[in-house]
Write a protein that binds this ligand. Structure first.
Ligand code: SF4
Length: 349
């Protein structure tokens, strides 16, 4: 065990400060804090609560319905695997595939573009969800399709950005555990600005040492009693972020209002393709009608994503809703809080 890890464990073990709610904004942090046993090391007056940082989880039901509409109108859907099992209003993409729709799992938007080039007789749409971390790859695929004149490729966009989500979440936690991957793109200025508004946070990496360090920093700074921000992931996150990726996003997409599952519509927290790239916008290209989705009213994903309840407080958790038979997106996604609690919750002391 390194000196830094030993010191961090000592800080957690001897914490005598105020009660603290730390929000894991990023779904991967939720999973890693469980998997690495970090939760067990936290003092009793510290609560870890889940946040809205799982891209699949915050994508509203209507988006799945839109994808199914495209699939049922002859468009080949290309997507990351998680989205295939997320319930839409009446079915999921896996059921649409069983009914004859073409749904292909890919590992990146560029894979989807390659598929489109290899299948010139098909209209191919990539389901573009995710935060600033994944948006540059989608923008690169569109810009490449544009440059190469690929006419049978489009995106169904539900990408989201974090700045206004943090504003919407203000007050729901004492400390944000900021998502390292997002800020590797956007930099740290936003987190520093939030301190001026009384919002505290620590930018965290994903290894045991990095997470322990981030927790120890959060607890030590919280005892000082004033708002703070610390970048505890400096090996990856630089204050300036990744300007080339930000420039690519700004070239291809522009901000728009968007709906988050559980949080409603947050102004200017989404992205859409700019007019110059309208030919790659699946909604426009395929004359899609406005589709409104309806989530299962018994699912409490919204409360989980707002940090109001833990997944185990949902009456369906582990009974009706399991990873094999998910009722809501938070049980499907590899970054979802319900899936993390189901997978690792039994290990809690
Ligand atoms: S346990 Fe299932 S039904 Fe309950 S909130 Fe999570 S995903 Fe929704």
């Amino acid at each position: 065990m390194s000196d830094a890890t030993t010191t961090a464990r000592q800080i957690l073990a001897t914490y005598d400060g105020p009660r603290l709610r730390i929000m894991e904004v990023c779904g991967t942090h939720t999973h890693e804090n469980f998997r690495l046993g970090i939760r067990k090391l936290l003092p009793p007056q510290v609560d870890l609560i889940s946040g809205p940082g799982c891209p699949v989880c915050v994508t509203p039901v209507g988006f799945i319905d839109e994808a199914i509409w495209l699939a049922e109108h002859g468009v080949t859907i290309t997507t990351f695997g998680d989205l295939v099992r997320v319930p839409g209003t009446s079915k999921n993409l896996a059921a649409a595939r069983a009914d004859g729709a073409r749904v292909q799992v890919v590992y990146s938007p560029l894979d989807a573009l390659e598929y489109a080039k290899e299948h010139a007789d098909e209209q191919v749409c990539f389901l573009s969800v995710g935060f600033e971390t994944t948006v540059p790859a989608a923008c690169l695929a569109v810009s490449q399709a544009h440059a190469e004149g690929v006419g049978n490729f489009s995106l169904l966009v539900a990408n989201k950005t974090m700045p206004n989500a943090y504003a919407a979440l203000k007050g729901s936690a004492d400390v944000f555990l900021y998502p390292g991957h997002v800020h590797a793109i956007t930099g740290t200025q936003l987190c520093e600005d939030l301190v001026e508004q009384g919002v505290s946070g620590v930018l965290a990496g994903f290894t045991a040492k990095e997470l322990l360090t981030a927790m120890a920093v959060a607890l030590s700074k919280a005892k000082e009693g004033k708002p703070f921000f610390v970048n505890a992931y400096p090996r990856v996150v630089k204050s300036e972020g990744t300007p080339a990726a930000v420039a690519l996003i700004e070239q291809v997409m522009e901000p728009c209002d968007t709906e988050w599952r559980g949080l409603g519509v947050i102004p200017q927290s989404g992205l859409r393709l700019r007019d110059e790239y309208a030919a790659y916008d699946a909604r426009k290209k395929h004359d899609m009608p406005v589709i409104e989705g309806h989530a299962n009213p018994a699912c409490r994903c919204g409360n989980v994503l707002r940090g109001e309840i833990t997944p185990e407080q949902c009456p369906l958790f582990g009974k009706v809703c399991t990873p094999l038979h998910p009722v809501g997106a938070c049980m499907v996604s590899g970054e979802g809080a319900c899936s993390a609690f189901y997978q690792y919750g039994g290990n809690l002391s």
